[in-house]
Ligand binder design. Structure first.
Ligand code: FAD
Length: 285
């Protein structure tokens, strides 16, 4: 179908992220969400991959569904933390036979109760190199503009991220709510000579508890002024309205800063993501 770098060359991209569900109810919901969000004609959709055995989910099946049924470019995520080299080689070969052209290479995090990892690859950068030697794909990596929570220091983290992004074709960021953090991160990469396109991730803040939990895990700021506004809302409709407004304003700011696209974290729900996409100039057909 298409390489994402070519889509980025043509102007800001719209993309949505989904997680591969592991039960029938989740699969049904995701099918409905894909049907609704594909009407915005996004440039691509991505599907997560759990790092540990039971959290993996059928990423490959959903990537095929998105491409074949919804005619949207689909990018699988691939984590390496609990895989052997042979397993990764086999996954790459499966995706090659599926005609995949883009992949997001990640280290991943093991669930806390997971058995000790095989550790064939220690970092996403090593996985990127391994894929590069085997497949002629666009390879994306994760970016953490506010720093990775397990980083030894701000400087070590930035150095690692710059080296990783220099090897990649583009990057997708962790979700965040401060456009200036994205701007500062891109400037810091630029100062290190790294020009890899960095697509910022946006999560409409509609589920306060969920975002508080994820922000704490990712070491991403969930600004107090947004939390206070959401706390004052008394219905889920009001919270969605605020969450959409916050995401739209952030998206506008990021595009004005020159972001090459926007990547919307959907949590497999369509409504807020659809409203954000429409307000930012990508209406449904
Ligand atoms: P890496 O870049 O390998 O390392 C993360 C951090 O470790 C670095 O930023 C740095 O601080 C430190 N580090 C690593 N190596 C070095 C070094 N040599 N020197 C100094 N510091 C170093 N997780 C999933 O399980 N499944 C998914 O599908 C998934 N999708 C994601 C999508 C996006 C867009 C993002 C942003 C994250 C996603 N994650 C996913 C989460 C991700 O797996 C975690 O954030 C994980 O902890 C780090 O992965 P990484 O690929 O950034 O790792």
């Amino acid at each position: 179908m298409a390489r994402i770098t070519q889509l980025l060359d043509a102007g800001p991209t719209l993309s949505f992220e989904f997680s591969a569900p592991r039960d029938e109810a989740g699969a049904e919901r995701l099918s409905q969400t894909l049907a609704r969000l594909s009407r915005h004609q996004p440039h691509f959709m991505s599907v997560t991959y759990g790092a540990g055995g039971t959290t993996r989910g059928p990423t490959r099946d959903w990537v095929r569904t998105i491409r074949d049924e919804f005619r949207v470019e689909a990018m699988p995520h691939l984590t390496c933390v609990a895989h052997t080299q042979d397993e990764i080689a086999e996954i790459i070969s499966d995706y090659e036979s599926d005609g995949i052209e883009n992949i997001l290479a990640l280290r991943g995090d093991l669930p806390q109760d997971a058995e000790s990892p095989t550790q064939a690859f220690e970092t996403a950068a090593e996985l990127t190199q391994f894929i590069r030697e085997r497949a002629d794909w666009d390879i994306a990596v994760a970016a953490h503009p506010e720093g990775h929570p397990m980083a030894a220091s701000v400087e070590a983290d930035l150095k690692h991220q710059a080296a990783k992004l220099a090897q990649a074709d583009f990057a997708l960021t962790q979700f965040g709510y401060r456009a200036h953090c994205y701007e500062q991160f891109v400037n810091q990469l630029d100062a290190r000579g790294v020009k890899t396109p960095v697509i910022p991730g946006i999560m409409p803040p509609t589920n306060v508890a969920g975002i508080e939990r994820m922000s704490a895990l990712n070491a991403t700021e969930f600004p107090i002024e947004i939390r206070e506004r959401l706390a004052q809302a008394s219905t889920s409709a009001e919270r969605r309205e605020i969450g959409v407004e916050v995401a739209v304003n952030l998206g506008r700011e990021l595009l004005e800063l020159g972001a090459p696209g926007l990547h919307i974290y959907t949590m497999n729900f369509s409504r807020a993501a659809s409203e954000v996409a429409s307000a930012l100039g990508w209406p449904a057909d």
